[in-house]
Design a protein around this ligand. Structure first.
Ligand code: ADP
Ligand code: ADP
Length: 241
């Protein structure tokens, strides 16, 4: 489904590579956690998968098509089916839960209509269903700035859900949450993954979360893959060293 061939990223202002010749394949149904310390390359890696970061060398293929050779409409199509969740949620604080979730539908629109009205009843019921799935029924009209961190991430997940994604990407989505809430959010993501048959790839720096929820763990260190396999066979020394 997603394939990386010899992908390297070097940022203009630095001499070392943020990613170093990665060769990886990801298939539908896999739940992958990408582990690594701060600076290991996790963010850069995730951004390569949806075309937000263009590799300096090598290629990323989604459904056998190379991202860099795609036209804007083709790229938009890919992004539309790629849900993203973020460490700092990337919500619009003064807008309601419902309005934030509806922004997930902008990718599938030909023109940008305004946020407050003009959504079809079908779109609104899709958003309500997504809000229900993340357990926020009753909070539709609340401004997201008034929500807790865990609730905000639920809104982020609902926004990804309305896109009807086939791929879900997360860039440290629980790094700002306390451990109990982080577990709740991971449980929610895992259930969504199983129900919808997604490919899910999530960055975490917490080894225990990766072991508990992932089918496959990839560990990055200085932009290189130092482990790729089942969570149970992951040697912790390799990570802590
Ligand atoms: P986090 O890991 O918490 O997301 P980072 O410090 O890795 O935060 O990055 C925050 C932002 O700063 C990102 O957009 C990243 O691309 C950018 N960034 C990180 N390191 C550098 C750097 N050395 N020079 C310039 N920008 C950087
Ligand atoms: P992580 O997400 O694991 O913290 P990043 O992908 O953010 O790692 O960063 C990998 C490396 O690339 C780090 O050394 C970081 O400082 C560097 N880096 C990240 N973003 C930028 C940027 N925009 N400009 C320059 N260097 C960057």
């Amino acid at each position: 489904m997603i394939e990386l061939n010899n992908v390297s990223v070097t940022y203009p202002e630095s001499d070392s590579k943020a990613l170093h010749a990665l060769n990886l394949t990801f298939n539908k149904g896999e739940f992958v956690c990408v582990l690594g310390k701060s600076g290991a390359g996790k963010s850069t890696f995730i951004r390569c998968l949806n075309g937000l970061q263009v590799p300096t060398e090598g290629e990323v293929k989604v459904e056998k098509q190379t991202l860099t050779s795609m036209s804007e409409p083709e790229l938009r199509q890919i992004r539309q089916h790629t849900g993203m969740i973020f460490q700092h949620f990337n919500l619009i604080p003064r807008l309601s839960v419902m309005q934030n979730v509806l922004t997930g539908l902008f990718g599938r629109r030909s023109s940008f209509r305004n946020l407050t009205g003009l959504f079809t009843n079908e779109e609104k019921s899709a958003a309500s269903a997504a809000i229900k799935n993340v357990g926020l029924t009753g909070f539709e009209n609340r401004r997201v700035e008034l929500l807790s961190g865990g609730q905000k991430q639920r809104v982020g997940i609902a926004r990804a859900l309305v896109q009807q994604p086939s791929v879900l990407l997360g860039d440290e989505p629980v790094a700002s949450l306390d451990p109990g809430t982080a577990n709740q959010i991971f449980t929610l993501i895992r259930n969504m993954h199983d129900n919808l048959g997604l490919l899910t790839i999530i960055n975490v720096h917490d080894l225990q979360l990766a072991k508990k929820y992932a089918d496959r763990v990839i560990a990055l260190k200085d932009g290189e893959v130092i482990f790729d396999g089942f969570p149970d066979s992951f040697g912790e020394q390799a990570y802590s060293e």
